[in-house]
Design a protein around this ligand. Structure first.
Ligand SMILES: *[C@@H]1O[C@H](CO)[C@@H](O)[C@H](O)[C@H]1NC(C)=O
Length: 354
């Protein structure tokens, strides 16, 4: 047996801390997808929508937003966009100057799209263009690999919490391109919503964060639940986060593989009840890791199939991450973690996990 003691990747990235020396760009936290760096040719085929899926409209109280112009299928590719520009996630340079310099280097069209975006957290007395540019950047930028990028098209997506968001974005390093996919079926006329932060936490915490970072009071379907509904949702979301922290301790050998898989199944059940569908590919892929480490051949297979299904929805069927889990479903022993812990039947997905 080898002693590969790698933990499953942590479930979420902590927010970027600012410190005195280095300036860290504020950013919307992307979902913690692992996207392999592989030379890969994108073929725009099956998912290419025949009609534009959405239009940009003014939404009262929210500025602009994206509304579905037709019914959209779960997993459909909604946006594929190059960054207008990217910056390192932290810099010792003046951030205003950096953003200004990169912005000036873009096309007139790109600059117009940039200046059309909204911003928060800038006192009205500050009117210097480079300060406004930085505020726009910080309000709209998203994680793009090791860097932070601005994508004027994607930036139009408004926010929803928990079961309220229906679109997810991911950066493909190999293509230097941001992808947005539909997480659910979306009906004509519905607003497309993504999530700006990890919303697996209670309503008061979510609202406080969104208000201080993005300057709005969240009125999404989950934040608008009545008290009883909201309390039940808060309890589920808090529990989900606790189970995430718990199963991650398998990485240090604090819990057994069976306990780790049980925790993953508990997360799945709670998320089913909550209607939280995002990050399931990642969750199942973590289960694949645990099952492979304990040499549970059939569990690797079933978790890998589940991971492939949900990664396909969130990342696109042609993503390298999907191809990788499909390989593990076919050949569990090919997994890096195979047989790195004591052999143990850890178990497959909860029977209703689909
Ligand atoms: C999405 O809609 C299709 C039909 O258009 C349906 O077959 C499918 O079950 C729906 N998926 C979900 C997750 O509701």
């Amino acid at each position: 047996m080898t002693s590969t003691k790698r933990k499953p990747p942590p479930p979420k990235k902590p927010p970027q801390a600012r410190d005195a020396l280095r300036f860290s760009f504020g950013l919307r936290l992307g979902l913690a997808f692992v996207v392999a760096v592989v030379a890969y040719l994108f073929t725009n085929g099956a998912n290419a929508p025949n009609r534009p899926a959405f239009e940009v409209v003014r939404i009262p109280g929210k500025g602009k937003g994206l509304i579905a112009q037709r019914d959209i299928q779960q997993g459909e590719l909604l946006i594929r966009e190059k960054p207008l520009f990217r910056v390192p996630s932290s810099t010792t340079e003046s951030p205003q100057q950096l953003v200004w310099k990169l912005l000036q280097a873009t096309s007139a069209e790109g600059q117009a799209a940039f200046w059309d975006l909204s911003y928060v957290n800038l006192p009205e007395t500050v009117t210097q263009r480079d300060h406004v540019a930085l505020a726009i950047f910080e309000t709209n930028a998203v994680a793009a690999g090791q860097q932070v990028g601005i994508f004027p098209g994607m930036a139009r997506l408004n926010h929803g919490c928990s079961s309220a968001f229906n679109a997810v974005y991911t950066w493909r390093e190999s293509e230097q391109m941001l992808y947005v996919h539909a997480l659910r079926n979306i009906s004509k006329g519905q607003e497309l919503l993504t999530t700006y932060t990890d919303t697996k936490r209670p309503r008061n915490e979510r609202r406080a964060f969104l208000s201080s970072h993005y300057g709005f009071e969240c009125t999404c379907a989950v934040c608008s639940l009545d008290n009883a509904g909201s309390l039940a949702s808060d309890r589920r979301l808090t529990s989900i986060s606790e189970f995430y922290r718990y199963f991650a301790t398998w990485g240090n050998g604090d819990i057994t593989g069976v306990e780790a898989i049980e925790a993953i199944n508990n997360i799945w059940k709670l998320e089913e009840e909550e209607g939280y569908w995002s990050e399931r590919g990642r969750l199942a892929a973590d289960a694949v890791w645990i099952a492979a480490a304990h040499s549970d051949f059939s569990a690797v297979r079933s978790w890998a199939r589940l991971a492939a299904k949900w990664y396909t929805i969130e990342l696109g069927g042609d993503s390298e991450t999907v191809l990788e889990v499909v390989r593990f479903a076919a050949n569990p022993k090919a997994h890096t973690a195979w047989n790195s812990r004591e052999p143990l039947p850890v178990g497959g997905p909860w029977p209703s996990a689909g």
